[in-house]
Write a protein that binds this ligand. Structure first.
Ligand SMILES: NC(=O)c1ccc[n+]([C@@H]2O[C@H](COP(=O)([O-])OP(=O)(O)OC[C@H]3O[C@@H](n4cnc5c(N)ncnc54)[C@H](OP(=O)(O)O)[C@@H]3O)[C@@H](O)[C@H]2O)c1
Length: 293
């Protein structure tokens, strides 16, 4: 297959490397020529383009069989989300109208589930977040779902949970720096996926995802913050972090969700088998990797 990966970052680069390793022809987009050697070394042909500026798509010549959108707004606010996800996707849809791919996988986020009571959410649960940035992710999904139903655009949506893996994992990094705090009473649950499993899930979606379908990409175990830190503390022989102060909790409260993301559809429909079924296997592997450094 001829594959285009838009956004060759933490997820897009190893995805491209794996697809190239499997014999696909992979083209990878970034906004600047920096890091081109890294892409070339992974077997990816680098192209400079920016989804917010469709005039920059010119170097992307010819048709692609598979397209993956893995760009990120690099933690920006609502205006960046609007430009990169919503308008960026609109530009890509317009551009791809001339030469539609066989499959288009869009990386969305489980932050579209605004649920706060610790309930289980599957793909048909309401996606009605309160935060503006998450609402823009929902609007982006809607754009793709409309294109899928109205003109058979082959969009598949993957809602990724918190991505961790080498050098990533916000709470883990804070824990290593002795800067972690347990928020509230520690019972809020988190949903995660190892980067390698997200790469695997994207490939499964490219191969078997159905047009207009949404798949949650989270591992098998939603875990409370307290349980997560307990496990890390035991694993690394360090004390449990202190509880956050009321002031710290108040500052963090906005937009916090509390839900357990179900992954049955990913496993049954796409047949995906996790390399790291829970954070325990994933972080054990990451800790082992770090000890070898
Ligand atoms: N991190 C998480 O826990 C999490 C959770 C759920 C979903 N996601 C989603 O997963 C996806 C991948 O995340 P990631 O961690 O791999 O992101 P990342 O490491 O920040 O990589 C994003 C890539 O997109 C490129 N990019 C950014 N803006 C672009 C633009 N306007 N046009 C073209 N390329 C652009 C960046 O390259 P340059 O900067 O060189 O242009 C970079 O290569 C994102 O859609 C993110 O929203 C992430």
């Amino acid at each position: 297959m001829r594959v285009l990966i838009i956004g060759c970052g933490y997820v897009g680069l190893p995805l491209g490397a794996e697809l190239a390793r499997r014999g696909h022809e992979v083209v990878g987009v970034r906004r600047s020529p920096e890091g081109a050697e890294e892409l070339l070394a992974a077997g990816i042909t680098p192209v400079v383009a920016d989804v917010t500026r469709p005039e920059t798509f010119a170097p992307l010549s010819g048709a692609f069989d598979w397209v993956v959108n893995a760009v990120s707004s690099t933690k920006g606010g609502a205006s960046e989300y609007r430009a990169v996800y919503l308008e960026g996707t609109r530009h890509l849809l317009d551009w791809l109208a001339a030469h539609p791919p066989q499959k288009y996988v869009h990386l969305s986020s489980t932050s579209v589930y605004g649920q706060m009571d610790g309930e289980v959410v599957n793909e048909i649960a309401a996606a009605a977040p309160t935060g503006e940035t998450s609402q823009l992710l929902v609007a982006t999904e809607q754009l793709l779902l409309t294109a899928a139903s109205e003109r058979e655009f082959p969009a598949v949506i993957l809602r990724a949970a918190g991505i961790y893996g080498p050098t990533r994992g916000h709470l883990f990094q804070q824990f290593l720096r002795n800067e972690a705090r347990i928020a509230g009473d520690g019972t809020r649950v988190m949903n995660m996926i190892h980067r390698d499993d997200l790469v695997g899930a994207i490939i499964a979606a490219l191969e078997r995802g159905r047009r207009g379908e949404i798949y949650n990409a989270a591992d098998d175990e939603s875990v409370s913050q307290l349980e997560f830190f307990r496990w890390l503390a035991a694993k690394l022989g360090k004390p449990l972090p202190p509880f956050a102060t009321e002031v710290e909790n108040a500052a963090r409260k906005r937009g916090l969700t509390n839900k357990r993301v179900a992954n049955d559809k990913l496993k049954t429909e796409l047949g995906y088998a996790f390399k790291y079924p829970t954070f325990r296997e994933g972080y054990a592997s990451e800790i082992a990797r770090m000890r070898l450094l």
